[in-house]
Design a protein around this ligand. Structure first.
Ligand code: AMP
Length: 170
C-alpha cells in the first residue's frame, strides 16, 4: 500500500511557508492505519518494554502499535496536561521555547522504550521526548515516525538513536 497517498498537503498551515502534512485521510482509512501499524511493528527495534507517543498525533499511531506489540503506552504531553508527578524537558523552537512532560513513574529504570511520533521535522520535539524517557532511567530503543521531512535533518538531533520512518519527504 502506498501510504503517502493517504497524506494531504496543506500549504501555509499553521503559518505562512509551512507545508502541513495532514494525516486525516490516513486516519479515515482502517486499511491504511492497519498498514501503518504493521509497518511500524515490522521495523523490529529489538526487545521493547513500552511505547512512548508524543502529543497528540503520536498517540494515534503509538497506541495501536503498543497494542499490536503487547506492551504498555506512555503519553508524552505538553506542559500542565499530566495529572501526576512529572519530569519536564524544555527545548528551543524557531522562535521561543516549548516543553514536554512525562509522568515520573511511566517508565521504570532500564526499560527499553520505542518513541513514536507522526512526523519528524527539525527533531527538537523528539529529542526532548528522548531526554524525558532517559530522565526516568529508561533506555531509548529507537524512534519511529510515519513521515520524515528529510530536508530538515531532524535525525541529526537524535543523539545517534536509531531512527526509522515510513514515508520520507525530500
Ligand atoms: P519538530 O520538533 O520540528 O521535529 O516537529 C515535530 C512535531 O511538529 C511533530 O509532532 C509534528 O506533528 C509537528 N509538525 C512539524 N512540522 C509539521 C508539518 N510540516 N506537518 C505536520 N506536522 C508537523
Amino acid at each position: 500500500m502506498d501510504l503517502a497517498s493517504f497524506l494531504r498537503d496543506v500549504p501555509d498551515f499553521p503559518k505562512p511557508g509551512i507545508l502541513f502534512k495532514d494525516i486525516s485521510p490516513m486516519l479515515a482509512s482502517p486499511e491504511a492505519m492497519h498498514a501503518a501499524t504493521d509497518q511500524l511493528a515490522a521495523m523490529d527495534f529489538g526487545k521493547i518494554n513500552k511505547i512512548a507517543g508524543i502529543e497528540s498525533r503520536g498517540f494515534l499511531f503509538g497506541v495501536p502499535l503498543a497494542m499490536k506489540l503487547g506492551v504498555g503506552f506512555v503519553p508524552v504531553r505538553k506542559p500542565g496536561k499530566l495529572p501526576w508527578k512529572t519530569n519536564r524537558v524544555d527545548y528551543e523552537l524557531e522562535y521561543g521555547t516549548d516543553a514536554v512532560e512525562i509522568h515520573q513513574d511511566a517508565v521504570q529504570p532500564d526499560e527499553r522504550v520505542l518513541m513514536i511520533d507522526d512526523l519528524l521535522a527539525t527533531g527538537g520535539t523528539m529529542a526532548a521526548a528522548c531526554k524525558l524517557v532517559e530522565s526516568c532511567g529508561g533506555v531509548v530503543a529507537g524512534c519511529g515516525f510515519v513521515i520524515e521531512l528529510t530536508f530538515l535533518n531532524g535525525r541529526e538531533k537524535l543523539d545517534g538513536h536509531r531512527c526509522e520512518s515510513l514515508i520520507t519527504v525530500s
